[in-house]
Design a binder for this molecule. Structure first.
Ligand SMILES: Cc1cc2nc3c(=O)[nH]c(=O)nc-3n(C[C@H](O)[C@H](O)[C@H](O)COP(=O)(O)OP(=O)(O)OC[C@H]3O[C@@H](n4cnc5c(N)ncnc54)[C@H](O)[C@@H]3O)c2cc1C
Length: 511
């Protein structure tokens, strides 16, 4: 007698849950996704107010090859679902001394810009690119693109050789300082660790792969805004047979005899499953969804977290050509700002921040003749205990003042729409532990096999996907996380549908 396909319930339709749903449905599993929000995307979400369209989270699509591979792995072609455009130039950076610097993937333009700031720096930039290329390839091939079974696998002689070569043992800032003397260039080529919510003074130099990826592969943007990515993944997963239920919040993983047998929804209904895949933030899920008597996250209080963010979404009544699609504004004290965020747990007095103006690439995102701006200010996570009803308005004034100095003097008067999002919102709306916007941190002891695994060590049919499990945060890493967990689940040899709908063999998760 043939068995029916094994049912997988996925908790959450973030990029990780969506990419895993597509892969697992393609493998023949019966996949149902339960998401507490009203649509797909999670942190890669959307806010629409009075004709202004804001991407709420990610704005930089890096390493598009990972997205292409996600589609190809399920027999689909990315270009049938998404149109990606390269942002050129990449971004403009504004420094406290009034100078600015524009980065581009175009080498001669980069050369002119770098030499203007530090004569002789272009040659060293080319050396940096060579190292960045090595860091990028080696990381993908040996460290982030695979499932580690044990910590010892990290310490093979070959891996140690790779780790030393790509400077996994140095900090990003120290390594970059070997290439460049001018503080502005050092900042311009290290702040990218904040895409992972970590300080360049703490993060391994291997994250030189981030500025490398931006400068050598480019910053990409999907037509229609970043939400086009989760929507495309949802479409693919649906075509492959996955089903989605929104506004369904899971409040417990149901366990029987040491196995997950399904999930209980807020309201009490139980959805049965042979296997549960959790895309909700891993440390949050261990605290809130999983009975600690059955399994716990080890050393949970010692884990390090990424920064949070204070977000402003501003709809303005005229175009702002003085801004590019991507803009970085540095405060006066670069090292001090990281100490403030990560050590002293306070908002820097003169904060650095990022401004996004996506309608400059896709005008459909703002009403005709208007503009939409998004401001991301890195701030401490919720353990800082800040009162955002007080901090938020004060920070808003600083940001608007600083933008006023940078050619937007009438911004306050031009505002038609204004919304904000704080660390408290990240915790309460997106269920992120400590409101840490990027999840668990990426210091040396929280990457590779040291990062929480994508399979629970005690509950063998409970799996994880997303930013706080292996390999890490950011859209490309989270898509890789979906690849890794789908491989792990696939390797169990579970029963699946054949393409014709018939079932194949065995009981995998009973192991
Ligand atoms: C402000 C900001 C800017 C960023 N910028 C970039 C960028 O430019 N480029 C980049 O690559 N990355 C960026 N990132 C990082 C990137 O957004 C994340 O790494 C990635 O989106 C995380 O995806 P995920 O699937 O792990 O988690 P999430 O997106 O958090 O998805 C988890 C989902 O689970 C749902 N959920 C949680 N609990 C439950 C429950 N109990 N029941 C049901 N559903 C539940 C949540 O609602 C959510 O939809 C940024 C992040 C932020 C916050």
């Amino acid at each position: 007698m043939s068995k029916t396909a094994q049912k997988i319930v996925i908790i959450g339709a973030g990029i990780g849950g969506l990419a895993a749903a597509a892969r697992l449905a393609h493998q023949g599993f019966d996949v149902e996704v339960l998401e507490k929000g009203s649509g797909p995307g999670g942190r890669c979400g959307r806010l629409q107010v009075d004709g202004f369209t804001f991407d709420t989270g990610p704005t930089l699509l890096l390493m598009p090859a990972v997205l292409e591979e996600t589609f190809a792995s399920v027999g689909k072609k990315l270009s049938d679902y998404l149109t990606l455009e390269r942002c050129d130039p990449n971004y403009r950076m504004h420094f406290r001394d009034g100078s600015d610097l524009t980065f581009s993937t175009e080498l001669s333009q980069m050369g002119r810009e770098l030499e203007r700031i530090e004569p002789g720096s272009f040659g060293r930039f080319l050396e940096f690119l060579a190292l960045g290329e090595d860091q990028y390839r080696t990381s993908l091939d040996h460290f982030v693109g695979r499932n580690f079974e044990s910590r010892m696998e990290m310490f093979t002689p070959a891996n140690l050789k790779h780790a030393l070569r790509i400077k996994a043992h140095k900090t990003m800032y120290a390594q970059m300082s070997r290439f460049f003397k001018d503080d502005r260039l050092r900042a311009a080529l290290t702040f990218q660790t904040m895409y992972l919510g970590i300080s360049p003074y703490e993060s391994p130099a291997v994250y030189g792969l981030l500025p490398y990826a931006e400068l050598a592969v480019g910053i990409w943007f999907p037509r229609g805004g970043m939400l086009a990515v989760p929507r495309a993944l949802e479409r693919v997963a649906t075509e492959l047979g996955a089903t989605f239920r929104y506004r369904e919040e899971v409040d417990q993983v149901v366990l029987e005899g040491g196995k997950a047998t399904g999930v209980r929804l807020r309201g009490g209904a139980v959805v049965k499953a042979d296997l549960v895949l959790c895309n909700a933030d891993l440390p949050w899920a261990y605290k809130n969804l999983i009975d600690p008597a059955a399994s716990e996250l080890k050393n949970v209080e010692k884990l390090k977290y990424t920064s949070s963010a204070f977000m402003m979404y501003l709809g303005v009544n005229k175009p702002y050509p003085q801004l590019l699609h991507h803009n970085i504004v540095f405060g006066g004290d670069y090292p001090g700002s990281f100490r403030d965020i990560f050590k002293h747990k306070r908002v820097p007095a003169d904060p650095s921040f990022y401004v996004n103006a996506p309608a400059h690439t896709d005008p459909s995102l703002a009403p005709p003749g208007k503009d939409c701006l998004y401001v991301l200010v890195p701030v401490p996570d919720r353990t800082a205990g800040l009162d955002w009803k007080v901090e938020g308005p004060a920070l808003r004034e600083k940001i608007l003042d600083r933008l006023g100095e940078l050619g937007c003097p009438n911004l306050r008067a031009d505002l038609e729409v204004e919304r904000s999002f704080t660390p408290d919102d990240y915790a309460l709306e997106l269920n992120l532990e400590r409101g840490a916007a990027f999840g668990l941190s990426h210091n040396f002891f929280q990457v590779g096999p040291f990062r929480p695994k994508n399979q629970d060590p005690n509950i063998s049919n409970l799996f994880f996907v997303g930013a706080s499990t292996q390999p890490g945060t950011g859209l490309p890493m989270v898509m890789l996380s979906a690849k890794l967990v789908a491989e792990r689940i696939g390797a169990l040899g579970a029963s699946r549908r054949t393409p014709a709908g018939a079932a194949t063999r065995s009981d995998p998760v009973a192991a």
